[in-house]
Design a protein around this ligand. Sequence first.
Ligand SMILES: [Zn+2]
Length: 263
Amino acid sequence: MCSQNFPLGLSYLLVKPSLLALEIDWPSKMSKRAGENKLESWMLIWKEKTSGGSRSSKTFKPKKNIPEGSHQYELLKHAEATLGSGNLRMAVMLPEGEDLNEWVAVNTVDFFNQINMLYGTITDFCTEESCPVMSAGPKYEYHWADGTNIKKPIKCSAPKYIDYLMTWVQDQLDDETLFPSKIGVPFPKNFMSVAKTILKRLFRVYAHIYHQHFDPVIQLQEEAHLNTSFKHFIFFVQEFNLIDRRELAPLQELIEKLTSKDR
Ligand SMILES: [Zn+2]
């Protein structure tokens, strides 16, 4: 399989409302899989899809687990259940009586896992040769710096950039002082600003996939997963104002289209 054989791209998506409307049918897919969390359901759906084919989806980074029985696990379950209601605007709202930091933390972990898997399925197409720079369309190029280990931004290929990015995010999620998993351990004062940086950076992976790798996404019939995941992500960051509008510019047109038919 080669992307050159399939000359469609983001522009195709933007003029093709039927493609844009493709989303995962949460309730029916989820009800058959009671007891499994969303990520596991996705993995199963993907496995079914790719089994028998020449390639299988691979997880790019190990997924971050939210331990079963914890309050955060309950929150994740709540998020999944409300997603099934079909009203995404309501599904992203802070559940009554819950802590905003914890809600943002649980959802951030969930988005990391989703993006990890979405990117994992197209890593064969995102190479040093195909993507010598990390970009989101012709107008946006990203250089990597994490602000601690790498202060001066480095210009590198997209696979390298995304590897830096996802490793950095994973390090933040694994840091118990930033993302406490134990009951009673408070979130740090700077939690929201850390979460904003994580989400801002994760957005760039969506932007890169949509702009540079939408052809293989169609080939692999993953556009519904990608659209659903991205729409959920956007509704979430809009609800809590987590990403600056300027940062969202590379996908502004898509965001407007995806969110114009609020459900
Ligand atoms: Zn790429």
